[in-house]
Design a protein around this ligand. Structure first.
Ligand SMILES: Cc1cc2nc3c(=O)[nH]c(=O)nc-3n(C[C@H](O)[C@H](O)[C@H](O)COP(=O)(O)O)c2cc1C
Length: 476
């Protein structure tokens, strides 16, 4: 753990960031490959506790999860997890996964440990076998597991924390405190309250003395933003150092920042880079940047480099099911691929890029809320905390004070995204269909792949992105 003592503030991060893609599309395997190539590999930190318990129920056939668990500093904390969730040889394919309890404001110790350990596992596997840098991506909108997630990732020596999906003002100070294993708290984002109480998420590393013997590296904090105004606010008002920005255009995969004019994006929804430069922080452009030309342009515009998502999601190493990648590549080639900005689908209320399935009958959203990462937190009339998801059962949502308009058109992202990576739940003997997110721009496939090729590795993609830039450097 010695190397963790280094402070990473002044480390210059690589020019290419492989964007964090949840749930476990950017898994340790993709992030490790990218980091081995000298770029910034980023694991998604979303729902890693559920990912871990499902991998264990699938028998961890490669043994990698258990190898990473064996590296966790306190084996007494790990043993009950393996005991509870591991199934030798894996569960029967038609059996449903057993579920862990949904995230809550006051986490039970067992859930806190699981979250910490799961984040440790993902980051330490991504860091294995090379000296490159690894980041973790978290979303401000998925707030309840954030504190133990960060600590688990930091125990594994994570080099950068990338966070979008909201305005993460409080996170830099949390990273400062956690690096000293000091207690931390975050104000819970409530959707409605009846009292003036402040509800807090709290995490105290000293509860785990076996883990916090040494100081931990303070990872760089990179905020994912879409406007220069937000960047400025973060630099001025954040609780500590913001070390850079990913500037994400609205054609990017995953969630997008809401447009200024409801229901449609326009010219005012792009970031003014000239206003970003005086802030003096490195930035990376994201959204349709997966080409050597865009890479070069980004640098000419003052960016340190680019963050690429979709092109890595389609590569061999990503966690998305191989049949999904094949289908996307084929549909792009035959012109039938349809990616829409769905303004209603996500329980977060943010626009979400969604691939329209060819078989439209499977697009009927499931409305069972049993993973609960996107539940809204609210106060009941007696001031106590409760949870509801607009993508969950409609009657329950309405009875708890939600509105028809909020529930309309919602998709269960938690279950749908789990299915994208082959960890989908089985319900009534049927597999839940995947919900697939990709960016709008897949033109990189045309120059990256020869007509006879149907797949590529992350390394090939990086070589492609760097091709023109390298030629230019040779000519200088
Ligand atoms: C499958 C997929 C999942 C994503 N999930 C996340 C996420 O969990 N958190 C996040 O900050 N960005 C997420 N993104 C956005 C990427 O990190 C990246 O910024 C974006 O994909 C860049 O645009 P591009 O897809 O055109 O390359 C996701 C993108 C994709 C394609």
């Amino acid at each position: 753990m010695k190397e963790n003592l280094i402070n990473s503030h002044h480390l210059e991060l690589p020019e290419i960031i492989q964007g964090g893609m949840g749930v476990a599309v950017s898994n340790w395997s993709l992030a490790r490959t990218v980091s081995q190539c000298g770029e910034l590999g980023v694991v998604s930190g979303t729902a890693l506790d559920s990912v871990l318990v499902r991998r264990l129920q699938d028998g961890d056939l490669s043994g990698e999860v258990r190898r990473a668990l064996a590296a966790f500093p306190d084996q007494e904390m790990v043993a009950p997890i393996v005991e509870k969730w591991f199934i030798e040889g894996g569960k029967a394919k038609d059996q449903p996964y057993r579920l862990k309890p949904m995230p809550t404001v006051k986490m039970r110790r067992e859930e806190e440990v699981l979250t910490m350990v799961a984040n440790f596992v993902e980051v330490s596997l991504a860091k294995e076998g090379h000296s490159g840098v690894v980041g973790i991506n978290l979303l401000e909108k998925i707030q309840l597991p954030t504190l133990p997630s960060l600590y688990g990732a930091m125990l594994a020596g994570v080099d950068a924390v990338l966070m979008g999906g909201g305005i993460p003002l409080a996170i830099p100070a949390v990273l400062d405190a956690l690096s000293k294993s000091a207690p931390v708290e975050l104000k819970v984002n409530m959707v409605s309250t009846v009292t003036d109480q402040t509800h807090l998420l709290q995490f105290d590393p000293s509860v785990y003395p076996s883990l916090c013997a040494e100081a931990l590296k303070r990872p760089q904090f990179i905020a994912v933003i879409s406007s220069d105004i937000l960047a400025k606010t973060l630099v001025k008002k954040a609780s500590g150092s913001v070390d850079g920005f990913v500037v994400e255009h609205y054609d990017a995969g995953g969630h997008n920042a809401p447009p200024r004019r409801e229901g449609a994006y326009g010219p005012r929804d792009t970031c003014n880079l000239e206003k970003l430069i005086p802030l003096g922080k490195p930035f990376w452009l994201a959204g349709g940047c997966a080409s050597p030309q865009r890479f070069r342009e980004a640098k000419a515009l003052g960016a340190r480099g680019i963050q690429v998502g979709t092109a890595f999601a389609c590569s061999d190493e990503s966690g998305a099911l191989p049949e999904i990648k094949r289908d996307v590549i084929e549909r792009h080639r035959n012109g039938t691929l349809e990616v829409i900005t769905d303004f209603k689908a996500s329980p977060t209320g943010y626009p979400f890029k969604r691939l329209v399935p060819t078989d439209r009958s499977v697009s009927e959203p499931c409305r069972v809320c049993d993973l609960g990462y996107l539940r809204h937190v609210y106060e009941k009339v007696d001031g106590s905390i409760a949870y509801r998801c607009p993508a969950g059962p409609r009657e329950r949502y309405l009875a708890s004070g939600g509105t028809e308009a909020e529930a309309e058109g919602k998709h269960c992202l938690c279950n749908g995204l789990m299915a994208t990576i082959g960890l989908g739940q089985i319900r009534d003997g049927q597999a839940i269909p995947p919900l697939i997110t990709f960016g709008e721009n897949l033109s990189f496939l045309d120059s990256l792949l020869q007509p006879f090729e149907t797949s590529y590795t992350a390394e090939q993609l990086i070589a492609h992105l760097r091709s023109e830039v390298e030629v230019e450097q040779l000519m200088l």
